[in-house]
Design a protein around this ligand. Structure first.
Ligand code: ATP
Length: 573
């Protein structure tokens, strides 16, 4: 309907001018009524289409985000999230929102409207001057071609700038990040970081500027071409009217039709170019959607029964990338069912990597990991992880309440305060949480503070590092009754008293269940059923504490070094 308005207005105006020059009142009645009706439609239709456009954007946004995050959740491994190219693709895909896709969705209606308007106006123009109609149409071709090529360049440029954009976001987030604030101030890094942010910004703006200049030049030349065409047409129409070949109404209609057709053409080109750019962006979304599973399992995956015999690593070799050195070089290790195994070794020995392989965040490059003889490659990762409780060395501190921080370890426990409390007690976190202003319902963050919370200390609190660690441990323990409990440095941030307490509780918790404990505090691992020393990607020693001490090897050396440190500190050594 909107598309018919310009032609209707042009023609009604022509009839009105001709009626006025004829001097007969009955000749102006219809054009005046038509112009009033057209004015009403022109005033109201944009509001209606505006609402429909926003609604379509909202619905599309919901659909696109649902699709994108469902797909991202399908990726069960970590390697994609460590790949900068994938992260770039994901960032671009996330930009393909409902609003960004507007040029394709609601833009289709604009395109339809402009094409109808263009067809009507060119039709009107053809009645007055077929040559002029042809010229206006032909003059649009270079505009269309130039615009398309500019859009392609713009999308390529955005893709090319993504690494710089990522660096810029990283540096600027360091300036404002609360965790970085201490070091940034202590080391006086503010100026250094600001220079880096501005450096990246200047680089990004340089690309933008070059393209904007090119665009301004192209658009100016093409606009000049259009002005020459319409100027020539107007001169011709004026002379034709003087010689009696056109009426005054014809000249009015001609001038309006040329201007309208050019405007509709430019708008059509803009619509097409906008849709082209949006589709190129949508390409990123489609590429992410079409990615295969990162950790494929066979068509008929093996069901994972509760652990009965144990987990076995058989000649496991692993490196993060083909260009990286081997991290694990032929590890053979059995974690027998019902026993506690401790893994020790120097920094970078590969302990956390081994844990990530046990969780199937990656598959071994060679060898295999077997759960009661079933290769983990044949088990859907979610099924495997449902049988484990794990505390990572780099655990998360969620901006949620204390109860939620524990309950997210097992979503069904989120609403089960009893389970949350039991886990908190086992991790030595209960007393800490009870002492908070709102107990388990205290928000452990000040991120969501509103102005109304300003004076209320109960609205959110910050915990200390060791307190967070106990909550993270509770989160792992809330998955009670799992077949395999893995703890990577569960007590590194605890004070001596708390560490003693936590390990005492963990010993009770672990007894009879299958567990793997990584710790640099060798006092905490000495009672494990089996202690395994990892060095240079291989297992270099294994046995009980007493076995390894009598071996006088690497473990005994590490143990003695730690113990003598304590003895010297205490003035005993
Ligand atoms: N995501 C990764 N991508 C590439 N290399 C990695 C990655 N994670 C770890 N590495 C490398 O793998 C090696 C082993 O790291 P890992 O974290 O497993 O050691 P670790 O024994 O747990 O050390 P620590 O005692 O310091 O925690 C290191 O050389 C490290 O640089």
């Amino acid at each position: 309907m909107s598309g018919l308005l310009p032609t209707g207005t042009v023609w009604a105006t022509k009839l009105l001018v001709d009626g006025l020059t004829s001097g007969r009142a009955d000749h102006i009645l219809v054009p005046v009524a038509a112009l009033v009706a057209l004015g009403l439609a022109a005033g109201t239709l944009p509001h209606l289409t505006g609402y429909l456009r926003a609604e379509s954007d909202r619905r599309l946004d919901l659909l696109l985000q649902d699709r994108l995050y469902t797909t991202v959740n399908r990726f069960q491994g970590l390697s994609r999230f460590e790949n900068p190219l994938f992260l770039d693709e994901l960032r671009m895909a996330a930009q393909a929102t409902g609003g960004a896709m507007g040029p394709v969705t609601s833009g289709l209606f604009d395109l339809g409207r402009n094409v109808i308007a263009l067809a009507g106006l060119l039709g009107a123009l053809t009645l007055l001057s077929p040559l002029m109609a042809g010229l206006v149409a032909v003059a649009a071709v270079p505009t269309l071609v130039a615009r398309m090529s500019l859009e392609k360049r713009r999308v390529a440029m955005i893709a090319g700038q993504s690494a710089a954009a990522r660096r810029q976001i990283f540096y600027s987030s360091l300036i404002t990040d609360v965790q970085a604030a201490k070091e940034v101030r202590l080391f006086g890094l503010g100026g250094f970081l600001k220079d880096r942010v501005l450096g990246e910004l200047v680089r990004i703006q340089g690309g933008d500027r070059r393209l904007d200049r090119r665009e301004a030049l192209t658009q100016t030349s093409l606009a000049a071409l259009s002005a020459v065409v319409s100027g020539a047409g107007l001169a011709w129409a004026a002379y034709a009217a003087l010689s009696g070949r056109l009426t005054a109404g014809d000249v009015t209609a001609f001038a309006a039709a040329v201007a309208g057709a050019q405007a509709a053409l430019i708008a059509t080109v803009e619509n097409a170019a906008g849709a082209n750019q949006a589709l190129l962006l949508f390409g990123h979304h489609e590429r992410v959607m079409s990615l295969a599973d990162d950790l494929p399992t066979p068509g008929r995956p093996a069901a994972l029964a509760p652990l009965r015999r144990g987990v076995e690593l058989r000649d496991v070799w692993f490196r993060y990338d083909e260009s990286h050195p081997w991290v694990l070089r032929g590890v053979d290790l059995t974690i027998p069912h019902g026993s506690s195994v401790a893994l020790v070794g120097l920094n970078g020995a590969g302990k956390s990597t081994l844990i990530k392989l046990l969780c199937r965040f990656y598959d071994p490059c060679r060898g295999s990991i077997l759960w009661d003889g079933v290769d983990l490659r044949d088990v859907p990762p979610a099924e495997l992880r449902a049988r484990m409780g794990v505390l990572f060395q780099d655990y998360m501190s969620y901006d949620l309440t204390a109860a939620e921080n524990i309950g997210v370890g097992e979503v069904t426990a989120l609403t089960d305060r009893g389970r949350v409390e039991t886990a908190a007690r086992a991790a030595g976190a209960h007393d800490i949480v009870e002492a908070l202003p709102r107990g388990y319902d205290t928000m452990l963050s000040r991120v969501f503070f509103g102005p109304e919370d300003d004076e209320d200390p109960r609205a959110g609190v910050m915990l200390s590092g060791g307190q967070w660690q106990r909550l993270a441990l509770a989160r792992a323990l809330v998955r009670e009754g799992r077949d395999l409990l893995i703890l990577d440095e569960p007590s590194s941030g605890l004070d001596a008293q708390a560490e003693y307490e936590v390990h005492r509780r963990l010993r009770e918790h672990r007894s009879g269940s299958t567990s793997l404990l990584v710790s640099h505090r060798l006092g905490a691992v000495r009672d494990a059923d089996l202690i395994v020393v990892l060095g240079d990607g291989r297992i270099v020693e294994r046995g009980t504490h007493d076995d390894l001490m009598s071996l006088s090897g690497r473990y005994a050396h590490l143990f003695e070094t730690q113990a003598s440190g304590y003895r010297e500190d205490a003035g005993i050594g």
